[in-house]
Design a protein around this ligand. Structure first.
Ligand code: NAD
Length: 473
């Protein structure tokens, strides 16, 4: 059993002031695998003070130095890839096919930030003025459990590229993954205090970071409810805030789509990361006249989807991260049934053959209307809704009839038609006939899916403030 009893402040692994112990479980077996000693508000204040001390010198480093640092961080995380992969599988329960990608993603985002920095001009002209993009100050980075290492490295990379120093509060449920990332980043040999990592509870460490006057910037990924709390907490000191929140992404299947191509992608979009993905395509919009054909293809596809042991390479849907998450998904499946949706795959309970572990059955409902709870609320598990539409206008209206707007998918045999539909969808990203990710493109939500953008130059500028210098001619 692993015991994690250190937080990372001012370039050193220190015993936290906080003394609460939290158990860590393997979600595939429900076995206790570790215990973490959580930091508290005092630890958060110490970390903020360290980041504040480090800021003046770090903010004056030049591009070249910061690119070198990001490259060293990248190499250090690459060196820990196998250890990270193991921890992602064990502590988070990601299927091995996914854990490998996640472990690599964590190092890749550091390199991508270095690339953005390379091409970014911090100074430009506006009329007679010189406009300088200045780092904001200390950044508070608060991350969820569904891609611990990726979010830590991605947010940190953008903050440091901009010249900000950082205090990171990862999810308390990902302490083993966080320990490995922290050790890797420490190896990169950055100046003390430039980044600090304090695992602790949201209500203590997270709340302290989001309200502390010495934190200039908050970047948060997590639920919409907590995002709103953080925005309120930061309002008193007018912090700049980036929020990456939940989603209820539509998958718009146009009437000319080839289902042999589309259905596997739609199921993959819905069940990605075992359904615990903010960008999961959970509302599948299908032309009414082709519903029977679509359902038949979906049944086939889900029958071929393996849910279970994350260490089996054939598995694509692993366990839910916690008992609480498992219960949440079960509750939504029950609500779907009670509201009159029709199950065409999966349902309540565990998949056949699993008696331990927080496994759920990959589930698809049909006859869903867009006003049902399962079509409105983010479930964060492998539970999909098929909703029919009359014509393209109706499909677009349904797609946009949601409080969210993070990502959308459009599938059609005619790319031009699909692009026209994409242009009318309210979402930060629209994927046309693909599930591809583009790290250079902005990522973030419309409406209650968030504020601001991450990735590429948009993500870098979220940590910068323009200053115009106008001098006598
Ligand atoms: P969560 O909102 O419960 O927690 C996220 C983080 O916030 C954790 O570190 C948590 O400890 C912290 N936190 C909780 N209360 C806090 C408070 N009062 N003040 C400050 N911090 C606080 O989310 P989760 O359950 O860890 O993750 C799942 C959610 O994250 C889903 O809603 C999902 O859609 C969202 N998500 C969004 C994106 C995106 O990029 N848009 C990506 C992944 C996950």
């Amino acid at each position: 059993m692993q015991v994690i009893d250190k937080v990372y402040i001012d370039g050193t692994f220190v015993t936290p002031h906080g003394d609460e112990l939290l158990d860590l479980f393997n979600p595939a077996t429900e076995q206790l695998i570790g215990r973490v000693r959580l930091g508290d508000a005092q630890d958060a204040r110490d970390a903020i003070a360290a980041a504040k001390r480090a800021f003046p010198a770090f903010s004056r480093t030049d591009k070249r130095e910061r690119i070198d640092m990001l490259k060293r961080m990248h190499e250090a995380v690459v060196a820990k890839e196998d250890e990270l992969y193991e921890a992602i599988t064990e502590e988070y329960g990601a299927p091995v096919s996914r854990s490998r990608w996640m472990a690599q993603h964590a190092s890749r985002v550091l390199l991508e930030a270095a690339k953005v920095l390379q091409d970014y001009a911090f100074t430009r002209r506006a009329g007679t003025a010189e406009v300088v993009m200045q780092p904001l100050g200390v950044a508070g980075l608060i991350t969820p459990w569904n891609s611990d290492a990726g979010f830590i490295c991605g947010k940190l990379a953008a903050a440091l590229a901009a010249g900000c120093t950082a205090v990171i509060k990862p999810s308390e449920m990902s302490a083993i993954q966080t320990r490995i990332v922290t050790e890797a980043l420490h190896e990169a040999g950055l100046p003390a205090g430039v980044f600090n990592i304090v695992t602790g509870r949201g209500e203590t460490v997270g709340a302290q970071i989001s309200s502390h006057p010495d934190v200039a910037k908050l970047s948060f990924t997590g639920s919409t409810a907590v995002g709103k709390t953080i925005l309120r907490a930061g309002a008193d000191t007018l912090k700049r805030v980036t929020l990456e929140l939940g989603g209820k992404s539509p998958v718009v299947v146009l009437d000319d789509a080839n289902f042999d191509y589309v259905v596997p992608l739609a199921i993959q979009a819905g069940f990605m990361n075992s359904g615990q993905a903010c960008i999961a395509g959970t509302r599948i919009l299908v032309p009414r006249q082709r519903l029977t054909e679509f359902e038949a293809r979906v049944r086939e596809e889900v029958a071929g989807t393996q849910a279970g042991d994350p260490r089996d390479p054939q598995t694509t849907v692993g366990p839910m991260v916690s008992k609480k998450q498992w219960e949440r998904v079960q509750r939504y499946i029950r609500i779907g049934i009670d509201e009159g949706a029709r199950l065409i795959a999966g349902g309540e309970g565990r998949p056949e053959g699993s008696d331990a572990g927080w496994f759920v059955r990959p589930t698809v409902f049909s006859d869903v209307t867009n006003d049902m709870t399962i079509a409105r609320e983010e479930i964060f598990g492998p539970v999909l809704s098929i909703i029919t539409y009359r014509d393209t206008d109706d499909a677009i209206a349904i797609a946009n009839d949601t409080n969210y707007g993070l990502q959308a998918y459009v599938f059609s045999a005619d790319e031009k038609r699909a692009r026209e539909v994409a242009s009318r969808i309210e979402a930060g990203r629209v994927l046309v006939n693909t599930l591809a990710h583009e790290p250079a493109a902005p990522f973030g939500g419309f409406k209650q899916s968030g504020l601001g953008r991450e990735y590429g130059s948009f993500g870098l500028e979220a940590f910068l403030e323009p200053k115009a210098v106008i001098a006598a001619l």
